[in-house]
Design a protein around this ligand. Structure first.
Ligand SMILES: *Cc1c(COP(=O)(O)O)cnc(C)c1O
Length: 492
């Protein structure tokens, strides 16, 4: 008897079907009770050991592999599916998003281009994003791994378009002077990486000071642009922040749009946090001017809760966008009017760095259809209200103090029982954070504002309830009191 031809498909499809059903059942149970158990727990030494080893040469049973996933991998997850995860800036994901990822992988279409359904779904999703931010029809976009990639795309088009000469052919060395972009000192670090990657050096991004509310100081920005022009540099772009990572501050986007217009500069917005908050009634007015940008970076794996990875770059001028990235050798030639798989008008690979691309649009398309944009708006608005709820809990206890005004859904504060030196307070709050994590109670993160350590709670979480903040503050105060050796004095 001949052995059946070997492939990578299951030997027994029925067994596989059963196991796959089990995986779905387990996933439903997990997300149904996402708030049970510790938010986070450290990975034990023996688990770390089991996750190291030589590459397997021989097959193993998928049951055994899945068993190890359940034992060694799943329990030690980051924790951002939990209602009390508020670290950095993350989304929670959803079961629908996960199923969308699964279905997209089953199709395994390559969304670099071609005449098939996936680019149409991506174009549809980009249209929806355009509507959310108020960009005109005909503007362009691309789904990306996240906002880092989307900012890089926006800033590349900015450099190539606003530098005033053919950067693609001549390179940055042909610039009549150093090319300079501007952003507040609070801008996300990925913009600095992007500017460095674009060959402008980290000096190519001027850090403009912020006001007390952590928004860019417009006078300082004007002065900096003037001074650079006088010194022979070539200003080309201003990056506005629609929600800074530290405090959620939104720059005055209308004023930045005016300034860019009068100075002839490209206006890019890092909207990783705040752009989709245009869906929320209590945020929309703060974003006025966003629709006047030349390019915007959005994140969908943050406040839209699409499972990682999902971001989006939007560019007002489709021509400028395509002319920055399109480069079509013969073996990729595509005819807008042709027939067959190699035709198709819209080749996403003409709008970014990647040729082969996953079908990440499917999970976004399914999620937005299932919930509707209004529900996303309500979830975002609720998080903003919860930030103010937490504000009130902080104000109500004399041992807690704000470290920055609360922007959007980000609260920065610290435990301060009074009578302690600043360095000791920094250490105490670091220890409080560690205890909160290790006891599995809640996962906020931290930041340093005006040189002082603070706890930072970023509430992009569709599962958080008001009671979660009550519990968090109660436990934080307990830990703080246990850790501070001196009993509270009531004076500073
Ligand atoms: C998270 C974030 C980024 C980076 O986005 P990724 O999706 O992590 O690549 C950029 N800017 C801001 C303001 C962010 O919050």
């Amino acid at each position: 008897m001949d052995k059946p031809m070997e492939t990578l498909d299951p030997r027994d499809w029925d067994d596989m079907r059963e196991l796959a059903h089990q995986m779905v059942d387990d996933a439903v149970d997990l997300l149904k009770s996402a708030g049970e158990g510790p938010v986070w727990q450290p990975v034990p030494g023996e688990v770390r050991e089991r996750l190291r080893g030589p590459a397997p040469r021989q097959p193993e049973s998928l049951e055994a592999i899945y068993r190890q996933y359940l034992d060694d991998i799943l329990p030690y997850r980051m924790g951002n599916i939990h209602p009390r995860f508020w670290a950095w800036y993350m989304g929670n994901g959803t079961l629908t998003g996960a199923l969308g990822d699964f279905l997209a992988s089953v199709m395994n279409s390559n969304v670099g281009g071609g005449n098939h359904s996936a680019p149409l779904v991506e174009a549809q999703v980009i249209d929806w994003m355009r509507e959310i931010v108020g960009f005109p029809p005909g503007s362009s976009g691309l789904l990306t791994s996240g906002a880092s990639a989307a900012n890089l795309i926006g800033l590349t088009v900015a450099r190539n378009t606003a530098a005033g000469y053919d950067v693609r052919h001549e390179g940055v060395r042909a610039a009549p002077g150093p090319l300079v972009a501007y952003a507040s000192t609070e801008v996300h670090s990925c913009n600095k990486k992007a500017v460095e990657t674009l060959g402008l050096g980290s000096d190519g991004l001027r850090g403009i000071p912020v006001n007390d509310d952590f928004k860019i100081d417009l006078d300082a920005l004007r002065h900096s642009i003037d001074a650079d022009r006088k010194a022979g540099a070539v200003p080309f772009c201003v990056i506005g922040s629609a929600g800074t990572i530290n405090t959620g501050a939104i720059d005055d986007l209308e004023a930045l749009a005016d300034l860019c217009e009068s100075e002839g500069l490209w206006f890019h917005i890092d909207g990783a946090i705040g752009a989709v908050a245009a869906l929320a009634d209590n945020v929309r007015p703060l974003l006025r001017g966003m629709e006047r940008a030349d390019s915007i970076a959005l994140d969908l794996h943050k406040w839209m809760h699409i499972p990682f990875e999902a971001g989006c770059a939007l560019v007002r001028s489709e021509t400028a966008h395509r002319e920055s990235f399109s480069l079509t050798p013969e073996y990729l030639a595509h005819e807008a009017e042709g027939r067959g798989l190699a035709s198709g008008k819209y080749w996403p690979s003409d709008y970014g760095l990647q040729l082969s691309r996953q079908f990440r649009a499917l999970k976004v398309w399914m999620s937005i259809r299932e919930h509707g944009l209004d529900r996303y708006g309500r979830m975002i608005a609720r998080n903003v209200e919860q930030a103010h709820y937490l504000d009130r809990l902080i104000e109500a206890d004399p041992a807690l103090e704000h470290m920055a005004p609360t922007g959007l859904d980000i609260v920065c504060f610290r435990f301060n029982p009074g009578g302690m030196a600043e360095e000791a307070l920094d250490r105490l709050n670091q220890d409080i954070l560690t205890e909160l994590h290790e006891q599995g109670i809640a996962v906020p993160s931290y930041s340093t504002l005006n040189g002082r350590y603070c706890l930072r709670v970023a509430i992009a979480n569709h599962r958080s309830r008001d009671e979660d903040f009550d519990l968090f503050v109660r436990e934080l105060l307990r830990i703080g009191r246990e850790l501070s050796s001196d009993p509270p004095h009531g004076s500073t």
